[in-house]
Design a protein around this ligand. Structure first.
Ligand code: R5P
Length: 282
């Protein structure tokens, strides 16, 4: 049975269809003191698949509760799907006294599951933080689906060298175009400095790809630099469309033609589902 966290209901429904596993009717409650209660429906033994993007502290908590509830019903196996793993970018102690947050949450999640699947984590190495078998699933190829068929001499661009593999996967799936990347220096949580490459983008359509759009600073800065040249259309695409605060407005003001993301984080821009890719991995 598929058991969904409240933030991942659409993806969980797609996953149930794709994997031919029943979708459980989970109930979500909260108490006056802010505590949560996620209740799993009765099921008989077998495998429970808990699907929850940990987009907030509450989502983390729901995930732990659903794992525990599945065990209470006697699940023989609990598989945890983290379409988006929160805190994955805090994968080391950046200063004295800092925790390795990705490791801390991975350890907590490991206590209630037999196996973990996570989609395009920021760094694959975070899979080593889990105490149970954990694997990353590459769903970046799906980002080619919503792109128009008539792209002009396309450039698949990563706003930094870290997401070059995603740009390459999207280009390969689209079937035409070159890949390129900019250099990025992070100034603060919401400020970045980007140095463009010298690729001639005149009249060409550019698809900027990344693993995540969080504050939108990286993408909007990259798009603004492209708009300073005589670029064609600029599309922005990412696996995890977090789009925190005013990120979507930043992108619009920078001059994007369209923004596409997957449903690892369910947003208005979630044009494609990672459900089929996750179902294959299950
Ligand atoms: C960092 O290396 C990631 O790949 C993203 O580029 C980054 O996390 C995006 O964050 P923001 O949208 O806040 O610039």
């Amino acid at each position: 049975m598929i058991l969904s966290g409240s933030a991942s209901q659409s993806l969980a429904a797609t996953l149930a269809d794709e994997s031919n596993e029943p979708l459980g009717f989970v109930e979500y409650e909260s108490f006056p003191d802010g505590e949560l209660l996620a209740t799993a429906p009765e099921f008989e033994g077998g495998r429970a698949v808990v699907v929850a993007s940990t987009v907030s502290s509450d989502a983390h908590l729901e995930l732990l509760q659903l794992q525990d509830a599945a065990r209470e019903w006697g699940a023989e196996e609990v598989v945890t799907v983290l379409p988006y793993m929160g805190y994955a970018r805090q994968d080391r102690a950046f200063d004295r006294g800092h925790p390795i947050s990705a490791r801390a949450v991975a350890r907590a999640i490991s206590t209630g599951t037999d196996r973990v699947l996570t989609v395009n984590p920021h760094e694959e190495a975070i899979c080593d933080f889990f105490d149970v078998p954990a694997e990353s699933i590459d769903a970046a190829g799906r980002l080619a689906e919503p792109l128009p068929d008539d792209l002009t001499d396309p450039v698949f661009l990563s706003p930094d060298d870290g997401a070059l593999d995603i740009a390459e996967t999207v280009r390969d799936t689209y079937g035409d175009g070159v890949i390129d990347y900019f250099e990025k220096k992070r100034i603060s949580g919401s400020e970045v400095e980007i140095t463009p490459s010298d690729t001639d983008v005149t009249g060409r359509d550019v698809i900027v790809t990344d693993d995540i759009i969080a504050t939108g600073s990286t993408m909007s800065e990259a798009v603004s630099l492209l708009q300073e040249r005589d670029v064609g259309r600029v599309f922005v695409t990412c696996v995890h469309p977090m789009l925190a605060r005013n990120a979507r407005t930043k992108l619009a003001q920078a001059g994007v033609e369209a923004v596409f993301g997957t449903d690892t984080i369910e947003r208005a821009v979630s044009q494609v589902s990672v459900g089929p890719t996750v179902a294959d991995a299950l």
